[in-house]
Design a protein around this ligand. Structure first.
Ligand code: NAD
Length: 290
């Protein structure tokens, strides 16, 4: 992408963390920004922050798990700004637990937001990105989309899915001279955001059933609490979201697919790839909490 000035950028999950930092970064580049989030108050606060930078900023309350809601976001964007150049499918939630303790609602919530949110974004926006003079789509995965972190199976599944979808899209764009949409995937390590309290946006119908008083499941809430405390402590020391956002902006200018904010974590990915090439059973070199 040559310039972002006057371009239209849509960011989901823009009320907090990486999404808010992306919205600010696009505004600093002179783009018109559409902020989408399910959390209304945080969304409006983020819109005010972006508008204060002197660019047009539109907030649209959006639930990325709902196709109609993302269709409405797309329609509002086109109606207000006449087109779209940048899409960041960034909204995502983390939730963990050992596979043996997970309930179906745990899988459903995390995959609905973190994978279906990306699919809905692509489905509704891609035709308009293809039509645009210059355009780029980025989806936020995670290093958990490149390595299987114990205790995070639904999140890993969603993020491996996001990487696969974006990599496929990249190949399809590269093969078709008629299609000229830049494609990136963001795979951050630990970033200082509010993701440890992602449960705040968990819908009522996908809440966990109370654990049954049998030994295995009775231990589940403690495990989850300990894991959440460890994750929250790590996030406190995480990278600033603004640093991640500026890497995304650079990748869009340079038309770079991979955006890895923590390249040191590639050692784990290389280890995995090497074991796969040797058909060895997987081991991890990092010490993840489980
Ligand atoms: N923070 C990290 O360490 C980290 C690491 C790797 C990947 N990520 C990914 O970064 C992305 C952004 O997360 P973050 O860390 O900034 O967390 P965050 O909680 O600060 O921000 C996520 C935003 O998504 C919104 N959201 C949640 N459910 C939604 C829904 N159904 N529809 C629309 N919006 C919804 C939340 O309201 C929130 O504003 C996520 O995809 C996450 O998986 C984060």
């Amino acid at each position: 992408m040559e310039t972002m000035t006057e371009r239209v950028a849509v960011v989901t999950g823009a009320g907090s963390g990486i999404g808010k930092a992306l919205a600010v970064a696009f505004a600093n580049e002179g783009a018109k920004v559409v902020l989408a989030d399910v959390e209304e108050e945080a969304l409006e606060a983020a819109r005010l922050e972006v508008a204060a930078l002197g660019v047009p900023a539109l907030a649209v309350k959006t639930d990325v798990t709902n196709s109609d809601s993302v269709a409405a976001l797309c329609a509002m964007t086109l109606e207000t700004f006449g087109g779209v150049n940048i899409l960041c499918n960034n909204a995502g939630v983390g939730g963990g637990g050992l596979v043996k303790n997970l309930q179906l609602v745990d899988w459903k919530w995390v995959i609905d937001v973190s994978l279906w949110g990306v699919i809905h974004g692509l489905h509704h926006f891609l035709p308009h990105l293809i039509e645009a003079e210059e355009s780029h789509v980025m989806s936020t995965a995670s290093v958990a989309g490149l390595m299987a972190v114990p205790g995070l199976a639904p999140y890993n599944a969603a993020k491996f899915g996001v990487v696969a979808v974006m990599e496929t899209l990249h190949h399809e764009m590269a093969r078709d001279a008629e299609l000229d949409v830049g494609v990136s995937v963001l795979c951050p390590g630990v970033v200082k955001t509010n993701i440890a309290t992602a449960q705040r946006n968990r819908p009522t119908h996908l809440q966990r059933e109370r654990a049954k008083p049998v030994s295995e499941s009775a231990r589940a809430p403690d495990e989850a609490r300990l894991r959440n405390a460890a994750i929250a402590a790590a996030l406190e020391k995480g990278m600033a979201p603004s640093d991640v956002a500026s890497q995304v902006v650079d990748a869009m200018y340079q038309r770079r697919f991979w955006v890895l904010s923590h390249p040191e974590l590639l050692a784990e990915v290389e280890h995995r790839n090497q074991q796969l090439a040797n058909l060895e059973n997987p081991t991890l070199i990092s010490s993840f909490t489980d």
